[in-house]
Design a protein around this ligand. Structure first.
Ligand code: HEC
Length: 161
């Protein structure tokens, strides 16, 4: 192999190994038995933003996963059902849309089932003092909340569009 070919191969390998930046979207994947399977199968070409933003019925998630296989997602046949089951439970059509904490109005925030007007007011206050927030952890610290309490309110909050 020539030196140039070796360098080219090396660069190609680096490009392949590089995953898209997470940007905190994986935080929005709810706990579940097959969360890791979804995470490992679905974040090599794009990060999880497209996944956590999507709202689909079970047949539409099945179609989507099939579409990803056509695009090259390396799944074993027996992995398809668990992935579709996880996604249709986590992101069904009637799940409210994600709300961007850094730009939301109070009305946007209280639309989320997890947010009382009191918490919404605390978030806006924290944003004025310490925002914009880079990620969930930054918001949690600004609110001074314990992790379990914060998890109850943060399921549908995003930090960038
Ligand atoms: C081989 C690369 C690859 C892998 C792996 C992959 N995707 Fe995708 N995905 C794409 C591409 C390319 C697009 C952009 C398609 C478009 O919108 O034109 C996309 C777009 C999407 C979208 C937005 C479009 C839509 O149908 O709503 C969703 C949702 C999605 N992917 C989910 C998944 C899930 C779930 C997995 C894991 C099972 C996954 N992807 C794995 C390549 C991939």
């Amino acid at each position: 192999m020539t030196r140039i070919a070796a360098v080219a191969l090396f660069l190609l390998a680096v490009a392949y190994a590089q995953k898209p930046k997470d940007e905190g979207w994986t935080d929005l994947l709810p706990a579940g038995t097959d969360r890791d399977l979804v995470l490992n199968s679905c974040n090599s070409c794009h990060n999880m933003r497209v996944v956590v933003d999507a709202r689909k019925s079970r047949p539409d998630w099945a179609k989507c996963v099939n579409d990803m296989i056509q695009r090259g997602a390396p799944l074993f046949p027996e992995e398809i059902d668990p992935i579709v089951a996880y996604l249709s439970k986590a992101f069904p059509p009637d799940l409210p849309k994600l709300v961007n904490v850094n730009t939301a109005t109070k009305e946007d925030l209280v639309k989320l089932p997890s947010l009382t007007p009191e918490i919404a007011a605390r978030i806006l206050d924290a944003r004025t003092k310490a925002g914009p927030f880079k990620n969930a952890e930054a918001l949690r610290q600004a609110l001074g909340m314990e992790k379990p309490d914060f998890q109850k309110i943060s399921a549908l909050l995003k930090y960038r569009d």
